[in-house]
Design a protein around this ligand. Structure first.
Ligand SMILES: C[S@@+](CC[C@H](N)C(=O)[O-])C[C@H]1O[C@@H](n2cnc3c(N)ncnc32)[C@H](O)[C@@H]1O
Length: 204
């Protein structure tokens, strides 16, 4: 599992097969390992340059592939996946489907996105979104608040993929696309669907 974060998806699959979760964030891997289970192997690493053994299948869940900043990084990641899939098993990439109705507005002002507790204190998160349709990118600015006090601010840059683009990219990097889905249950891609999942196999 590449870009496994704190291990949510790895935990869901643990017990069904041997699982390795890789993320470049050491604090996230630390948190994942603390939650377990022990059967999952947790690795701090970069999905553009990993070489940690052979795998029967690789999954890049929940937009992690969209964090790669440019074509060179995406090609490097697909190359590393291809090298690790020695038995010819599948690579599944799961990214959000762009909301084309929103791409026309360059900016969504800051608004409430989440409220929860951190170390017992009520914390809320707001999100401000900047869109660059030509670059096919979103800049998400998240701010964490305790009352009116700003605790932290983080910025995420995400690439928006179309199905055709993903298919070409995989084909150009030594894969063939076996199936494309519009949700996690395997529904076909359709207008208005929220996800874009592609399952591809390495060409030998
Ligand atoms: C949206 S989170 C997804 C977390 C997890 N898959 C989930 O669904 O809960 C994206 C993750 O990708 C990781 N990531 C981004 N670029 C990476 C890279 N080059 N190599 C490894 N992990 C990366 C981030 O650290 C982050 O944990």
């Amino acid at each position: 599992m590449l870009g496994c974060g704190t291990g949510r998806v790895c935990r869901g699959l643990a017990g069904t097969r041997p699982i390795t979760g890789l993320d470049r964030s050491a604090p996230m891997i630390e948190r994942a390992a603390a939650r377990g289970p022990e059967s999952v192997r947790w690795v701090v690493g970069d999905m553009t340059s990993f070489s940690i053994g052979e795998f029967a299948e690789i999954i890049i869940p929940n937009a992690s592939f969209a964090f790669l900043p440019d074509r060179a990084a995406r090609a490097a990641c697909l190359g590393a996946c291809r090298a690790a899939l020695t038995g010819g098993g599948p690579l599944t990439i799961d990214v959000p489907m762009p909301d084309f109705t929103l791409l026309g507005s360059a900016h969504t002002p800051e608004r409430e996105a989440w409220t929860g507790r951190v170390n017992g204190a009520v914390v809320r998160r707001t999100r401000e979104v900047f869109r660059a349709p030509v670059a096919q990118s979103l800049r998400l600015v998240d701010r964490y608040w305790h009352g009116e006090e700003l605790l932290a601010e983080s910025e995420l840059l995400l690439h928006l993929f179309t199905a055709d683009e993903l298919e070409w990219m995989l084909e150009a990097n030594g894969f063939y696309v076996e199936a494309i889905f519009g949700d996690h249950r395997g529904a076909p891609l359709s207008e208005g669907c929220a996800r874009l999942l592609v399952r591809a196999f390495p060409l030998r």
